[in-house]
Write a protein that binds this ligand. Structure first.
Ligand code: VGL
Ligand code: ZN
Length: 210
């Protein structure tokens, strides 16, 4: 697997304070991915970060849906949507990258979820499955054909980024020890199975870069 070939990019999904322990939508052990991703990012010529970046009052926040508990489901015009605690509000400390994440080698930061009425899990398309973030075009222009993914959370933003990466014709490798899951009702296992079924390669950081 040509992990470090010129046509391969590392895409780091949502390693932000709110998704790490102590944050508003903390993923268990989420900060454990930071040293692994730092080690990887030193080895890639192309590094992209995504940043969940919601306006206050975003439609995915349970707080704006009277009577709805965080982690319950609602129906959006584009389909079913989990309602989340308020998180990653634009410009707040919770939306910042984890302070220990090495961002110096990142050449592109894709902000997503900024439209008030559409959530965006994937790095490529918002949850309406139609609105593009522009990342596919950026990677195509850079000659990238393979993306290596890690970050938070395995079962939401990493999952949809991996599936959409395959859908736009990229080879995709998930670095399983560089991800952590929210895991609502078995969603981690479901995500891993769905990604495998879509042709996503699953590897450890050691297997990938030695
Ligand atoms: C995410 C839920 C809401 C993620 C983002 O990064 O996986 N999950 N917003
Ligand atoms: Zn979000």
């Amino acid at each position: 697997m040509p992990a470090l070939a010129d046509d391969t990019a590392l895409v780091i999904i949502d390693v932000q304070t709110d998704f790490c322990p102590g944050g508003a939508l903390a993923v268990a052990d989420g900060d454990a991915v930071v040293p692994i991703l730092n080690r990887l990012s030193a080895l890639f010529g192309t590094v992209v970060l995504t940043q969940d970046w919601h306006p206050a009052g975003h439609a995915s926040f349970a707080s704006g849906h009277p009577g709805a508990a965080p982690f319950s489901m609602t129906a959006m015009p584009y389909g079913p949507q989990v309602l989340w605690p308020d998180h990653c509000v634009q410009g707040t400390p919770g939306a910042a990258f984890h302070p220990d994440l090495d961002v110096t080698r990142a050449q592109m930061i894709v902000r997503k979820g900024f439209r008030p009425d559409i959530d965006s899990y994937s790095a490529f398309f918002e949850n309406d499955r139609a609105t593009a973030t522009g990342l596919a075009g950026y990677l195509a222009d850079r000659g990238i054909r393979h993306v290596v993914l890690g970050g938070l959370a395995t079962d939401f933003c990493v999952r949809y980024s991996a599936l959409d990466g395959r859908a736009v014709g990229l080879a995709v490798t998930l670095v399983e020890d560089a991800c952590r899951a929210i895991d609502l009702d078995g969603s981690r296992d479901a995500a891993m199975a769905e990604m495998r079924g879509a042709g996503v390669a699953i590897a450890t950081a050691d297997a990938l870069v030695g």
